[in-house]
Design a protein around this ligand. Structure first.
Ligand SMILES: CCCCCCCCCCCCCCCC(=O)SCCNC(=O)CCNC(=O)[C@H](O)C(C)(C)COP(=O)(O)OP(=O)(O)OC[C@H]1O[C@@H](n2cnc3c(N)ncnc32)[C@H](O)[C@@H]1OP(=O)(O)O
Length: 349
């Protein structure tokens, strides 16, 4: 296969890595040392694995920090699982351990808005999706909005509304939780059928205590989903701009698994067309990527703070699990199922 960018030509003609050498060999033990993503398109590439691993590592480090740090051990208040915070808040070990911290109120609690804004900035400015800052409808833009639509639907069903209470609230009740007011049979009888499906928000707003069940961490879920979505969208653009190799693979209609590098406008090609950016386009590109990187960075920090000061280990784990399931649906399923890819596409493809 010939490549048109100088960087790639050098990589091909001078095999410098074990993988490059192995590609030219018959079935040897070296060749069998392949990364799992090279055989299954559903799995993340080496770089993606490394980046996605930041999430579980952050959760573990944050939780260990809360166990070991002097500030948490010496705090005058302790973590109260019913209030889901250090209680009373005045004795919390850090500003970030209070629910009213400004980053929680205006960033995480409005997290989907910021994720949407950052994605929109990238989609309308980055030339790989369409002409920068021009309202042209392109296939890549439509597919980016479709991916956002699926992620938004999952976010909504999990945290906001699922034909009634959101999935986190339904799960809380299914695992034995209730609003403390609801435990009083007289008050319970006073409530209309409408309020039978109580939500955490409604319970807390009416002065009740939401206790007894398993509360999946909404913060962990939203911060991972939002930042991973932005990361997965901008990563191919960053790799391309730096002339780095794109290792993603997809299953095509014939059942063959091929590298995305060899797909141009939906067809498998020998010579990928290089993207040439004008100076103005590069300016916009930088802006779109900078906004996304800013949101991803702040999300990471708030994830660390959430891991350190809020929720139990299990609540954080289930928040992580639900977010990763959504990421798999939007970004990895389309790689292995051409029919899904035809609708959702893939970033940069
Ligand atoms: C390509 C695009 C094309 C677009 C094409 C359309 C174009 C057209 C134009 C569109 C223009 C825009 C359109 C946007 C559309 C929207 O997206 S607008 C939506 C804006 N709304 C949002 O973003 C809401 C996001 N927030 C949420 O979903 C929920 O609040 C969350 C984040 C999941 C958290 O829920 P939660 O109940 O707080 O749950 P949880 O984490 O379990 O926390 C439990 C408690 O611990 C506390 N806690 C936990 N962690 C922490 C922490 N780190 N710090 C402090 N407290 C904490 C919580 O505060 C909570 O306490 P309470 O407040 O309940 O007392």
């Amino acid at each position: 296969m010939s490549n048109s960018t100088p960087n790639r030509r050098i990589t091909r003609s001078t095999p410098s890595t074990i993988k490059d050498l192995a590609d030219g060999l018959p079935d040897t033990p070296i060749k069998q040392m392949r990364h799992p993503s090279e055989t299954s398109p559903f799995l993340p590439t080496k770089l993606e694995t490394l980046l996605l691993a930041i999430y579980p590592v952050t959760l573990v480090l944050g939780s260990l920090f809360s166990l070991l740090a002097y500030s948490t051990r010496s705090a005058t208040s302790k973590y109260n699982p019913i209030h889901q915070s250090y209680y009373p808040a005045a004795g919390a070990p850090s500003y970030f351990a209070t629910k009213k911290n400004i980053f929680n109120v205006y960033f995480v609690k409005k997290g989907w808005f910021w994720t949407t804004l950052a994605l929109a900035a990238f989609v309308v400015t980055h030339p790989s999706l369409g002409p920068s800052l021009r309202p042209t409808v392109t296939r890549r833009r439509v597919q980016a909005v479709a991916r956002w639509g699926v992620a938004t639907t999952v976010w909504m069903l999990v945290t906001q509304w699922c034909f009634g209470p959101a999935l986190v609230d339904r799960n809380f009740k299914l695992t034995g939780g209730a609003c403390e007011i609801m435990e009083d049979p007289i008050k319970r009888a006073e409530m209309g059928r409408k309020q039978e499906f109580f939500t955490a928000q409604a319970c807390k707003a009416s002065g009740g205590l939401w206790k007894g069940g398993h509360d999946i961490s909404g913060h962990v879920f939203l911060l991972i989903l939002g930042s991973a979505l932005l990361g997965m969208e901008i990563l191919p653009a960053i790799l391309r701009a730096r002339g780095l190799n794109e290792e993603r693979r997809v299953r095509v209609g014939s059942g063959k698994v091929v590298k995305t590098r060899s797909i141009v406008d939906g067809t498998v090609k020998d010579t990928p067309v290089p993207v040439v950016l004008t100076e103005t386009e590069e300016e916009y590109t930088k802006l779109g990527i900078k906004v996304a990187v800013g949101v991803v960075g702040l999300s990471w920090w708030m994830l660390f703070m959430t891991a350190a000061f809020f929720h139990t280990w299990f609540e954080k784990f289930t928040g992580f699990l639900v977010a990763f399931t959504a990421i798999f649906l939007v970004y990895f399923l389309p790689r292995g199922v051409p029919e899904v890819r035809a609708v959702l596409g893939m970033p940069g493809l």
